[in-house]
Design a protein around this ligand. Structure first.
Ligand SMILES: NC(=O)C1=CN([C@@H]2O[C@H](COP(=O)(O)OP(=O)(O)OC[C@H]3O[C@@H](n4cnc5c(N)ncnc54)[C@H](O)[C@@H]3O)[C@@H](O)[C@H]2O)C=CC1
Ligand SMILES: NCC(=O)COP(=O)(O)O
Length: 344
């Protein structure tokens, strides 16, 4: 099951437009204007042509937008920004999320995944969504990561564990528990979750990132990894046994490591990825070290998905100050993964 192996036939990347009021339109439009000097892989956008044109005008970007199909996008990309229209129109209110856009925002993600699964796109690159308006419209998933796993399940009938990895030049991190309140983390954390996350990570770092024997550093949950049980027992009772089982399976894992001392430069040299026990433990060091060019990648899926590491940044939408670097890095990483993937 692998929908995205590129082989000899490169395919365009499918970009879901994300929240229209945020910086998604800004970074994808700006990136397209930099396509030559940045050596961008070809992509098309699932979005609304009128909305994207309006944003290009606000940003004073010279972007010719053309309605397309996934099949035609490859040949058009060098001269126009190819956009595949959605069934649901999107409205533009710069700096705000309009509730009426939720259906179109979700449609864009679904259509990008469909294109990938149907062999029309080499990978999905998602522009940021604003989560709350989607929840208010009935969206049942905490974020893309979990929604993409549901879409994969719908298409293939097979459950997969989606793994969020923030990957930058200096550090890759993974939160084992993802979008849950901090107070629920100790209850939610299980040996199985750590083991399954580590296995999915090991498989994809080999298959999609060409790391022959990935080194997995596993953080503790508590201060000082629990100080031998004096500062919480989860490290002794959950994390440590999980690490032992991973080692027994032949996975190059070590830990639990105190999270405060595992991200300095010398420590980072010892591993390829850090598995952390909760969202901020993983995302704070990754974004602190590489906010401009880190990429959010979902591992464990039968197709490729990347995203910029940042969110909708409503404060910057339409100002021309949103940096396109992380979006560009996401495009390049998706293309690289597609080119180097082999069957898992
Ligand atoms: N993949 C996705 O769809 C993601 C969505 N989000 C959503 O985005 C919304 C806003 O989240 P925040 O925590 O405020 O994070 P954010 O990343 O949108 O903004 C945080 C700070 O970084 C700055 N920033 C963000 N992108 C930038 C760029 N391209 N260039 C320069 N500066 C940039 C913003 O101006 C702001 O000061 C939330 O609803 C969140 O759920 C957040 C992260 C990822
Ligand atoms: N903090 C990262 C984030 O919210 C991205 O989530 P997702 O939408 O990529 O699942």
């Amino acid at each position: 099951m692998n929908a995205t192996t590129q082989g000899e036939n490169p395919k365009p990347l499918a970009v879901s437009c994300g929240e229209p009021g945020g910086v998604g339109p800004d970074v994808l439009l700006t990136a397209w204007t930099m396509r030559q000097e940045s050596h961008l892989p070809p992509f098309y956008v699932l979005g609304d042509i009128a909305q994207l044109s309006a944003r290009a005008k606000i940003l004073q970007l010279d972007v010719q937008i053309q309605e397309t199909t996934p099949q035609s996008a490859l040949s058009q990309f060098s001269s126009v920004l190819p956009v595949v229209p959605l069934s649901n129109a999107l409205s533009e209110q710069v700096g705000f999320a309009l509730p009426g856009n939720a259906t179109g925002v979700i449609e864009a993600i679904e259509r990008a995944v469909d294109d990938c699964i149907n062999g029309l796109a080499g990978g999905v690159v998602t522009a940021p969504i604003s989560k709350k308006p989607l929840y208010d419209a009935g969206f049942k998933h905490p974020g893309h990561t979990e929604f993409l796993a549901e879409l994969a399940h719908k298409h293939y009938g097979q459950t997969c564990l989606p793994v969020m990895m923030i990957a930058g030049p200096a550090l890759r991190t993974i939160p084992v528990t993802i979008h849950i309140p901090l107070r629920e983390v100790p209850e939610a954390l299980t040996q199985e979750m750590i083991i399954e996350t580590a296995i999915a990570t090991d498989i994809d770092l080999k298959a999609r990132f060409k790391i022959a024997e990935p080194r997995l550093a596993i953080s503790g949950l508590n201060p000082h990894a629990g100080e031998n049980g004096a500062m919480g027992r989860e490290d002794l009772e959950i994390v440590e046994p999980a690490v032992k089982k991973l080692i027994a399976r032949g996975i190059n894992a070590f830990g639990p490591l105190p999270a405060d001392t595992m991200f300095h430069a010398a420590a980072r040299a010892n591993y390829d990825v850090a598995l952390c026990m909760y969202h901020d433990q993983a995302l704070i060091p990754a974004k602190a070290l590489g906010f401009d060019d880190a990429v959010n990648v979902t591992l464990g899926l039968p197709f490729i998905r990347t995203s910029p590491d940042h969110g909708t940044a409503f404060d910057l939408a339409g100002t021309g100050n949103a940096k396109p670097d992380s979006f560009i890095a996401a495009l390049k990483m998706a293309a690289h993964m597609a080119a180097s993937s082999h069957e898992r």
